[in-house]
Design a binder for this molecule. Structure first.
Ligand SMILES: [Zn+2]
Length: 169
């Protein structure tokens, strides 16, 4: 059993710092997920047991999921969430299944990852279509905002606060 750290404690910040040293993007995803801005996150690069332990110390539930790609090769994904329900939903839908970028899957993943549905739909139709964000705003998001998005501007201050917190850790 891993003891979960209080979000504002110095130990939490140390833990975050240690994840940041592994990978800054992983630390950012972990913090967004821990704060509940993303119901679930997926990490597709390798992560060792120490990395998983650090995520758990932050209060995240982690799970390794095996998928297949063309020619049957098996790849490993790591998912994490504060909700065992989302972990279970992802596992039931994707464990052992081929990686799939169909519109249906992109919509479902968008739902799990906390992406506005308007942005996911626009991305499926026209990937990276011009939007109204400046590059500094777009770069702190994991979805590509749709033009005139009504949801993304509401998310941006929360993402920015977490981005700044990580920057100062
Ligand atoms: Zn949108």
């Amino acid at each position: 059993m891993t003891a979960e750290l209080d979000f504002d404690s110095p130990q939490f910040r140390q833990c975050l710092k240690a994840i940041k040293e592994i990978d800054v993007e992983l630390a950012y995803l972990a913090l967004l997920t821990r704060r509940g801005l993303k119901p679930l996150s997926r990490w597709e690069r390798p992560i060792d047991d120490r990395g998983l332990e650090l995520l758990r110390r932050m209060g995240l539930i982690t799970k390794r999921i095996e998928r297949t790609v063309k020619i049957g090769r098996v790849i490993s994904e790591t998912i994490f969430s504060i909700s065992s329900g989302y972990i279970q939903i992802y596992e039931q839908r994707f464990a052992g299944k081929p990686v799939d970028k169909s519109p249906e899957v992109q919509r479902f993943e968008g739902f799990l990852f906390g992406f506005p549905p308007c942005c996911v739909d626009e991305y499926i139709r026209h990937p990276y279509a011009k939007n109204n964000l400046n590059p500094d705003q777009q770069k702190i998001l994991f979805h590509w905002a749709c033009r005139d998005c009504k949801i993304t501007p509401l998310l941006l201050p929360a993402y920015q606060a977490i981005y700044n917190l990580l920057d100062n850790t």
